[in-house]
Design a protein around this ligand. Sequence first.
Ligand SMILES: NC(=O)c1ccc[n+]([C@@H]2O[C@H](COP(=O)([O-])OP(=O)(O)OC[C@H]3O[C@@H](n4cnc5c(N)ncnc54)[C@H](OP(=O)(O)O)[C@@H]3O)[C@@H](O)[C@H]2O)c1
Length: 264
Amino acid sequence: MADRPILVLGATGSTGRRVAERLSGAGHAVRRASRRGEVRFDWSDPGTWAGALDGVERVYLMAPHELPVEPAFVDEAVARGVRRFVLLSTRGVVEMRDERLLAAERLVRESGVGWTVLRPDWFDQNFDEGFFRPSVLAGELVLPLGGKRQAFVDAGDIAAVAVAALTEDGHEGEVYEVTGPEALSFPQALDVLARVTGRQVEFRGAPDDYRAVVPADLAEEQIRAWDALSDGEPTDTVARVAGRGPKSFHDYVVGAWEGGAWRG
Ligand SMILES: NC(=O)c1ccc[n+]([C@@H]2O[C@H](COP(=O)([O-])OP(=O)(O)OC[C@H]3O[C@@H](n4cnc5c(N)ncnc54)[C@H](OP(=O)(O)O)[C@@H]3O)[C@@H](O)[C@H]2O)c1
């Protein structure tokens, strides 16, 4: 098993890139796959799946936002010899009734092979690599979460947990809630960002603020889902599984700022 490449899906994305870096840094053979990856893999083109799966026994399984994990892919993977899936899901998947990721969790549980499910909280990297970057640059973030506190987590810590689950024994059948070390409201997180970078970002967290900027159907669906979220308290998953404490949101902001984030 050790010599076979580990397939990393979403290998150009926030978590996949870091999973692949960590794996190869630890000496594992890695197959980086996505539409623009070293190996072309496209969820919408099943003809690309076999090449990604060839000779693979372990898979970092993630679906990009809004796309499902295709049942036919999981079937093909198992038929071709995959013996372990580490699935990227999300914290709050049950409360928010996230049918896309609940279905993905069911698929790996029922695959007949080993699995670990990762349920991370909001990624720190949303602020510099993902959805919130344009808002940070524009100086205004509109999100109907009011003062709810979330245990923002660094994508590097998610990758560390994923790599442990992919490469060590003892993680099969586990559902890991992966969080940072503290729960912050969005205004508190933006305050950290302002103190480090000097960028002031106004937070507008009321549902009506959101309705004013997002198409009606989507706005109502997301307001309902996020309304079901409770305050996300920190867990000890990163320390327990990766053997070191998780990065704080402050340290993430300092690192991103020193790396050139939010200058554009
Ligand atoms: N952001 C959060 O706070 C958060 C929290 C919990 C869970 N999640 C979950 O995390 C997932 C996103 O993970 P991420 O942030 O690591 O990814 P990401 O940074 O959003 O990147 C998406 C990855 O998927 C690839 N991709 C896009 N379309 C594809 C397609 N049709 N076929 C194959 N690959 C495709 C992209 O590469 P190419 O463009 O090269 O194809 C890229 O590598 C989502 O399922 C989301 O629900 C997110």
